[in-house]
Each structure stands twice: as structure tokens, then as C-alpha cells.
Design a protein around this ligand. Structure first.
Ligand code: NI
Length: 179
């Protein structure tokens, strides 16, 4: 038996106000080994952060891929890979969750989104899937899918709140010499 141990690869997570986060991501044409390696790196990066979801644009790759794991902390890991995801149905019922984002560290605000969604996507193996999600999973799918369209959860807040957080992160980036 050959033991194969994949080396963990962590990618840097981009934070606001980096304009890359506002870019539109392009569909993945083929789910090949490169795409699988990207998804695996994204999972490693997400678990390390730690976070429950990560979109490719957050590590500067403008492809329509996101990963998530909404399993409880003490439960076994349930990594999920969504490639070219599309929401084909959303409930009229809405739910409010306090959201955060690895690209906006340590900032949390309530966001209202449809309670349930049906999403079509390809998994890590390139197989077509369709799932109906509710609760935290539904919120997380919508949050991550927004990233692929250059949208962030702060876009759902009042302009006052959004301007305040963007200003704070812009100031931090300037101090850190990033801007
Ligand atoms: Ni996010």
C-alpha cells in the first residue's frame, strides 16, 4: 500500500477594500485535477482561518467555486464543494442570521435572506447535484454565491453601516501599508 499524504496548502485570504472581491467570477469549464486541488486548498484555508465558507475570489481566483462546512464544531467534518452553483428556487420565507466573512474579519451583522433555497452545482468529482437547503446551510450558500458575483454581506446593510466598516478597513490597510 502506498501512503499518500497531501500537504496542506494555505492561501492568503483577501480582505476589503481589495477590489478583487468585487469582481465577477467566471464559470469553471472542466472539473479537472487543477480545480480539485484549488477546492482542497480552499478547504484547508477555510478550516485554518477558521471559517465555515470560502469563495475562490477570496483567495484571488476568479472562478465560480466555493466551499463550506456547516457541521457543528464537535461533529465530524462535512466539507462541501460547489462548482458553478446556481440557485434555482428561493423560499418567500425569510430568516435572519448574524453573518461574518473571512474577508471582513471580526465584523458581524444581521442579514435577512430566504430561509430555503434549491441549488444546482457540480461537486468535487464534477457530478451534477441539486440540494434543497435550509437554516445555516441555506444562508451560507447564499452568502458564498454572492461572492462569485462580487457581492458582500455588507451590501445588505444600511449605507451608513457599510460606509463605516469599509472606512475602518481602508484605514487599517493604509496603516499596514497595503493601500
Ligand atoms: Ni464571505
Amino acid at each position: 500500500m502506498i501512503a499518500y499524504v497531501r500537504r496542506m496548502t494555505l492561501r492568503s485570504i483577501i480582505t476589503i477594500p481589495d477590489p478583487v472581491l468585487r469582481e465577477l467570477c467566471a464559470p469553471v469549464e472542466t472539473v479537472d485535477d487543477d480545480v480539485r486541488a484549488l477546492a482542497d486548498d480552499m478547504l484547508d484555508t477555510m478550516y485554518d482561518a477558521p471559517g465555515i465558507g470560502l469563495a475562490a475570489s477570496q483567495i484571488g481566483v476568479l472562478k465560480r467555486i466555493f466551499v463550506l462546512d456547516v457541521a457543528k464544531e464537535d461533529a465530524p467534518k462535512e466539507p462541501m464543494v460547489f462548482i458553478n452553483p446556481k440557485i434555482v428556487w428561493s423560499s418567500e420565507d425569510m430568516s435572519v442570521y448574524q453573518e461574518g466573512c473571512l474577508s471582513i474579519p471580526e465584523y458581524f451583522e444581521d442579514v435577512e435572506r430566504p430561509t430555503e433555497v434549491t441549488v444546482q452545482f457540480m461537486n468535487r468529482e464534477g457530478a451534477e447535484q441539486e440540494i434543497k437547503a435550509d437554516g445555516l446551510l441555506a444562508t451560507c450558500i447564499q452568502h458564498e454565491l454572492d461572492h462569485l458575483d462580487g457581492k458582500l454581506f455588507i451590501d445588505y446593510l444600511s449605507k451608513l453601516k457599510r460606509d463605516r466598516v469599509v472606512k475602518k478597513f481602508t484605514k487599517q490597510a493604509k496603516l499596514a501599508g497595503i493601500l
